[in-house]
Ligand binder design. Sequence first.
Ligand code: PMP
Length: 398
Amino acid sequence: MSLRSQFPFFQQGPIVYLDSAATTQKPQSVIDSITRYYQHENTTVHRSAFSQASALTDKYESIRANVASFIGSTHAQNIIWTKGTTDSINLAAMAWGNQNISSDDLIVVLGSEHHANFVPWQQLAKLKNAHFKVVNVLPNGDIDLSHFESLMLLQPKLVAIQHCSNALGNIYPVKQLVKRAKKSGATTLVDGAQAIAHVPVNVEDIGCDFYAFSGHKMYGPTGIGVLYVNNRIKHQLTPVQFGGEMISHVSIEKTEFRPFPHFLETGTPNIAGIIGLGAALEFIQSKMFFEASKSSASLYQYLINQLHDIGTVRVLGNTNKNIGVVSFVVEDESASDIGALLNEQHIAVRCGHHCAMPLMTALGISGTVRVSLGCYNNKGDIDLFITALNKSLSLLTL
Ligand code: PMP
């Protein structure tokens, strides 16, 4: 069975799906795991006294352990379930930031950040009367390391760093940046939303305090995400939401909370999402996925070469260190016009600022056409895309 045939999405007619950075398609195994849960395993976790519920609790906690080992965390208890990357970063900003950022502290983010790793910190700084500074990007979207260094000399309290750019595909030197930030005494958060399906992630090797990602960008379901928190700072977090599941004892006078990470997981969790994420982890660690990822670099290069042959296309980003995202602009044409014409030819891409407006401003553009590759794409997809792009460009210049 081919890898692509595992994805029912592709059985519904002609579509060239080049939007995996927005969300990946789901393999049948992930869909089946969720169906099986609702059909046969549907109970809740950590509560009921009967055997199905305790079997489910074991499964649920074993997925936490699998996620931990997948990202190189020694302890399952360093993994907090969230709704996704945005939720994870907001949780970090509230559960940690609220207590640990004070007036005149400095928060630093990269100029390439997705809004999810930009706005929560900007707003926290506003709330606390703290300073918020943004590291300049170079014309190819990479970090201006001398500017980063000058900001580190100001001894920031928090440094939030994107692992890979959703808008350009650049892979950032997170280990090096985290190391430098830690030397200045900063707490560090890495946004791994785009990295998780493309590069090996080892949080202990990176050395970050927080690492955030979403299930839906790694072939898993929407509505489930992860915030990894290391042992160094887990005691600095305080509850954000209150209610069931997160307490150990409640009386009229006071409430005692469960230990980390449970006091940050309030209410009935997204059990179906976690089961689906568990199946996605199995998929991403399968031999089939491993084989497919071996050809992803050459597929990306093939796409870049084809685009270079179209004179009016300007490819942005660092194409030497990239996760398979190609962002481009075309002289005198708007990205959304190109996207609309591609859509008519059943080519799915994303156009616009890609939730990275500060990056677009820094690059002096309003948006790009973004083609992002997943494990199911092949050379045939690229050929269909290039033919459709050429047709779109000739229609636009008529
Ligand atoms: N960060 C990056 C780099 C992203 O690409 C995304 C999703 N586009 C997010 C954060 C937010 O992820 P989610 O919408 O799943 O919360």
